[in-house]
Design a protein around this ligand. Structure first.
Ligand code: NAD
Ligand code: TYD
Length: 376
């Protein structure tokens, strides 16, 4: 029987990964380790919390003794590591927390797994340490987008796409060049994971994924924040000129990739995950406004006047774009959703789950957000 720790399972992506594994593999034991920081929310997992193959443990990954004891108690054979501080704006204000969780927390897990697995008769045989990382470690790409070109809606990079956004993509061998405290901390954790393979022979895998969107994302990130603000007719703070480009992937497609790579990926390899789906922020914001307006029965575009240009994010990376052809060629993964379908599903989910949103945005978080917005 496989016994797998998934860290950060109460967060956005982690909750989708936990749900997929618990439902798809009733013969596995899935242990969700999460500290329940502001971003962790057990409401994300209500539908699977009573499943017999699922256990939740509230713990800090930086607590080495607890991690080691849990691995012993549960005879852990695999770790899928998602727990992290994940918001760039917070990392600019409080970099220490990012170094603590993302760097020291990853190291604490690695060391606990090393000591536990090396003490087993079969050692690393059948074991796996899978670290989930981001494309932001690669830095920022150049962009050349003449005015007036509409975003590509296809999932493959076309010549129109190259003309619009630039020819470069992040590949697995792109040199790390992180700019924000968040991406610097993730880069450092990626290096530790690879060092544990190269030094001790630990069976590790690292994946670097582009921006995710979908249900259960904490509403400080662009898409859920803007959906909620449009609903309440609050200003939409667009950083700088709104020209920065992100490559968006539906979260369930990321979870499917994680499942595939956990089971079939090659040890010590890196895989990039992305959907060839680049959008300038301002274009995606317009799509979100139109979709929310339509689904709320308002006139489409009625809320465009909420767009408010604010001071740019310090060190704001211009463009991220992932080349995920290695994953497609080696393991046959492809994004399943076209973007229009994904964004429609996402907006609908947030509008249908207002209680989930209101539970987060009322009280303490509302004050934090309003202060943050005032200071921009
Ligand atoms: P999130 O902020 O929604 O969730 C993070 C989870 O980790 C929360 O449940 C939180 O409680 C938990 N956590 C934080 N510190 C912890 C600690 N010290 N010990 C235990 N648990 C702790 O993040 P997300 O967007 O779901 O991202 C998950 C992972 O995927 C991160 O490693 C992130 O770097 C990576 N990633 C995210 C994206 C994206 O677009 N969101 C893209 C690529 C990679
Ligand atoms: P975000 O969702 O924070 O993800 P990341 O910084 O990891 O890419 O932001 C996505 C893009 O949207 C990024 O270019 C910053 C921009 N942005 C805004 O313009 N306004 C906002 O209020 C937020 C949260 C983000």
């Amino acid at each position: 029987m496989k016994s797998i720790i998934i860290t950060g399972g109460a967060g956005f992506i982690g909750s989708h990964v936990v749900r997929l594994f618990v439902n798809k593999y009733p013969e596995y034991r899935i242990i969700n380790v999460d500290k329940l920081t502001y971003a962790g929310n057990l409401a994300n997992l209500k539908d699977i919390e009573d499943k017999p193959n699922y256990r939740f443990v509230k713990a800090d990954i930086c607590d080495f003794d607890t991690m080691y004891a849990l691995m012993q108690e549960e005879h852990v054979t695999g770790i899928i590591h998602l727990a992290a501080e994940s918001h760039v704006d917070r990392s600019i204000k409080d970099p220490f927390t990012f170094a603590r969780t993302n760097v020291m927390g990853t190291l604490s897990l690695l060391q606990a797994a090393k000591l536990y697995w090396e003490a087993q008769p079969e050692k690393y045989e059948g074991k796996r340490f899978y670290h989930i990382s981001t494309d932001e470690v690669y830095g920022a790409l150049e962009m050349t987008h003449p005015e007036g070109i509409t975003p590509p809606f296809s999932t493959q990079a076309s010549s129109e796409h190259h003309e619009a956004y630039g020819k470069d993509f992040f590949v697995e061998t792109t040199k790390y060049n992180p700019h924000s405290p968040y991406s610097a901390s993730k880069a450092s954790s990626d290096h530790f994971v690879r060092a544990f393979h190269d030094t001790y022979g630990m069976p590790t895998i690292v994946t670097n994924c582009s921006n995710n969107y979908g249900p259960y994302q904490f509403p400080e990130k662009l898409i859920p924040l803007f959906i909620n603000n449009i609903r309440h007719r609050k200003p939409l703070p667009v950083y700088g000129k709104g020209e920065n480009v992100r490559d968006w992937l539906y979260v369930e497609d990321h979870a499917r990739a994680i499942d595939l790579i956990y089971h079939q990926g090659t040890i010590a390899e890196t895989y990039n995950i992305g959907g060839f789906n680049e959008w300038k922020n301002i274009d995606i914001i317009k799509v979100v406004i139109n979709t929310v307006d339509r689904l709320l029965g308002r006139e489409e575009g009625e809320d465009m006047n909420l767009i408010t240009y604010v001071t740019d994010r310090a060190g704001h990376d211009m463009r991220y774009a992932i080349d995920s052809r290695k994953l497609q060629a080696e393991l046959g993964w492809e994004p399943s959703l076209q973007f229009e379908e994904g964004i429609e599903k996402t907006v609908r989910w947030y509008l249908d789950n207002q209680e989930w949103m209101d539970n987060i945005t009322s009280g303490e978080y509302e004050k934090y957000y309003d202060d943050m917005y005032k200071n921009r």
